[in-house]
Design a protein around this ligand. Structure first.
Ligand code: BTN
Length: 322
């Protein structure tokens, strides 16, 4: 009841009468009144005026499935949205659902992540209500090798969403960190379950630093947030809906492949291309110049002898960035 009332109030700019709510929901006015009070108790500011009805004064402060859905313009990604209060990792939570056969398009997000995972076994911090941490699951019909293109496409989509929403000059540090200036603002971790020749599901987990003002000392030099860059608070429900909308557009319109257009757009926004980089191969550190990205998402690097090699995973340090 509470969520249904919220959904109606969210989509209406003006007052909605108690009678109209009761009729639309097929319940008594007393039930509407109770539902509105329950919403107020959970922290929503709702004006109630005699003869006019109810109006949502301010958007919900916390993550809320109805508020996300209200802004969402997708058909697949986010057709089911699970908002958790707290979880170890949204990727791991979704993995359980994936193993139990959930349909594709499910999104899991949380107010707090206690054991968030980063790439290369690192930890990803998501303190309560500070940042966005979410994962979505797809079941593409492709061989495991094709998955490498999904993460750059996801990076491109998130980069676009943030540029359009905040006006920040977000760029992509290959393969999929989103940076502002020299600091990281978004991290993406894609994991998959696959048979020898076919993908069972892919889970892409995305962490966006939104309101975090202080970072642990060891990453302070390379981490930032939307708040630190713009001085403004952005509504997390709206922003998540915008990101999911961009993700679906980017992934589906390109058929989960790095098409020529996507590749050109990725290259335009990629802060790595044209820069000196250092990457690791085995235990060796190799220097080169990043010259482009291939259709399978690999980074093309020119070595000191003029030859071109491909870097497909691992750690890359970009001169002047991190
Ligand atoms: C990285 O840059 O190292 C990747 C960070 C990915 C973090 C996100 S937050 C949501 C999802 N759940 C996780 O445990 N990790 C990803």
């Amino acid at each position: 009841m509470k969520n249904k009332i919220l959904s109606i109030l969210l989509s209406s700019k003006d007052y909605v009468s108690g009678q109209a709510l009761a009729e639309e929901l097929g319940v008594s006015r007393q039930a509407v009144w109770k539902g509105v009070n329950a919403l107020k108790e959970s922290g929503y500011e709702i004006a109630s005026t005699p003869n006019k009805g109810y109006k949502l004064v301010s958007p919900p402060e916390f993550l809320n499935a109805e508020a996300i859905k209200n802004e969402l313009k997708t058909e697949l990604i986010g057709r089911e949205i699970i908002v958790l209060d707290s979880v170890d990792s949204t990727n791991d939570y979704l993995k359980e659902l994936g193993n139990n056969g959930c349909r594709e398009g499910v999104v899991v997000t949380t107010r707090e992540q206690k054991k968030g995972k980063g790439r290369m076994g690192r930890v990803w911090q998501s303190k309560r209500d500070e940042n966005l941490a979410f994962s979505f699951l797809l079941r593409p019909k492709m061989a495991p090798g094709g998955v490498a293109a999904v993460t750059p496409l996801a990076g491109l989509a998130v980069c676009r969403a943030l540029r359009e929403t905040t006006g920040l000059d977000c760029r992509i540090k290959w393969p999929n960190d989103i940076i502002v200036g020299k600091k990281k603002i978004v991290g993406i971790l894609t994991e998959m379950a696959a048979e020898f020749d076919a993908v069972e599901y892919i889970i892409t987990g995305i962490g966006v630093n939104i309101d975090q003002a202080v970072f642990p000392e060891e990453i302070e030099y390379k981490a930032t947030s939307i708040l630190l860059e713009t001085g403004r608070h952005y509504d997390k429900n709206r922003l998540l809906a915008k990101i999911l909308t961009c993700l679906e557009k980017e992934l589906l319109s390109n058929n989960l492949r790095l098409s020529q257009t996507a590749l050109e757009e990725y290259s335009d926004l990629c802060a790595t291309i044209g820069k000196g980089i250092t990457f690791t191969r085995g235990s060796r550190k190799i220097n080169g110049m990043a010259v482009g990205v291939a259709e399978n998402g690999e980074l093309k690097v020119m070595l000191s002898d003029g030859s071109i090699c491909s870097v497909y995973s691992g750690e890359v340090t970009v001169q002047g960035i991190y």
